[in-house]
Ligand binder design. Structure first.
Ligand code: PAF
Length: 281
């Protein structure tokens, strides 16, 4: 595995693959890699000739009171994991390499899809994601790019961005990877105290309970109320617990496929999860 920290180095490393018209699979990450990321890397490895993974903690997608400074940076460990899992090129640019010295005057806002859920709680977050992902797509020029479905709204935003701006990449969503007790894997799980880690799987357990209630024909409004109560009773402070269509439109009843979304805090740690529920199953 090669490690590149500059855009020129990345281009030089990718040049032979490009001239041989090989397929390039790209997994953008912020590092502190876990089994969820490795699933993305393995999927890239399965279908692409060359696998590129970026590790870049993107300052512009963090709010002023968020965890940019304390976000775990574990590049050495990440590098070993990536080499073991079939990554060919690790791209880990500095903030200066990514954003240059001149102020950035261009923004990318994907409207509507970013209005609710995490977009409402984290103003500017998805603009920051859209900018960095567009820059990374331009640097890597991948054939395929892989994103986890845990960040469902992010995946929808990127799919829209790629479609609206004709970015020549095929975006693939990869299912959530969970710990044995159901907790969706996330770099932020490392912030949890042992006691909070015991409580954290209750998000997924509550989502599964909500699914069962919906299948037993309880009304969506009541199911969402019960979902919120079970999270609050477990000790979470809820940012949102909502249902949307798979395209993120608001829904009022379970009369179509829906996705349940939760963002909730345990202490200062904000966890997100979602569950896709099919109407016809
Ligand atoms: O999902 C993430 O880790 C980040 O939002 C991404 C896509 C790497 C952009 O910084």
């Amino acid at each position: 595995m090669k490690t590149e920290t500059s855009i020129q180095g990345l281009s030089a490393s990718l040049a032979p693959a490009r001239s041989a018209r090989k397929t390039i699979g790209f997994v953008p990450t912020m590092g502190n890699l876990h089994e969820g990321h490795m699933q993305l890397v393995r999927e890239a490895r399965r279908i692409c000739d060359v696998v590129v993974v970026s590790v870049f903690v993107n300052p512009i997608q963090f709010g002023p009171n968020e965890d940019f400074a304390s976000y775990p940076r574990t590049l050495e460990q990440d590098s070993h994991l990536l080499a073991e899992n079939g990554c060919d090129i690790l791209f880990s640019p500095s903030v200066e390499q990514m954003y240059g010295k001149q102020p950035r005057l261009t923004n990318i806002a994907v409207n509507l899809l970013t209005e609710g859920l995490c977009g409402a709680q984290r103003p500017g977050h998805f603009d920051g994601v859209a900018v960095v992902v567009t820059k990374l797509f331009n640097m890597v020029q991948p054939t395929y790019a892989f994103f986890g479905q845990k960040d469902y709204q992010q995946l929808a935003v990127i799919q829209q961005l790629v479609q609206d701006l004709n970015i020549p990449v095929e975006v693939r969503g990869v299912p959530i990877v969970r710990a044995e007790d159901g907790l969706a894997l996330s770099s932020r799980n490392g912030y949890l105290t042992p006691e909070q880690r015991q409580i954290a799987p209750k998000i997924y357990a509550s989502l599964l309970a909500a699914q069962q209630q919906l299948k037993q024909s309880e009304s969506l409004t009541i199911v969402l109320e019960k979902l919120r109560k079970s999270l609050t009773d477990a000790g979470f402070v809820i940012d949102y617990a909502e249902a949307r269509s798979p395209q993120l439109q608001t829904v009022t009843a379970f009369d179509q496929d829906i996705v349940l979304f939760v963002a909730a805090k345990l202490g200062n740690t904000r966890l997100i999860d979602n569950l896709q529920i099919r109407y016809t199953d």
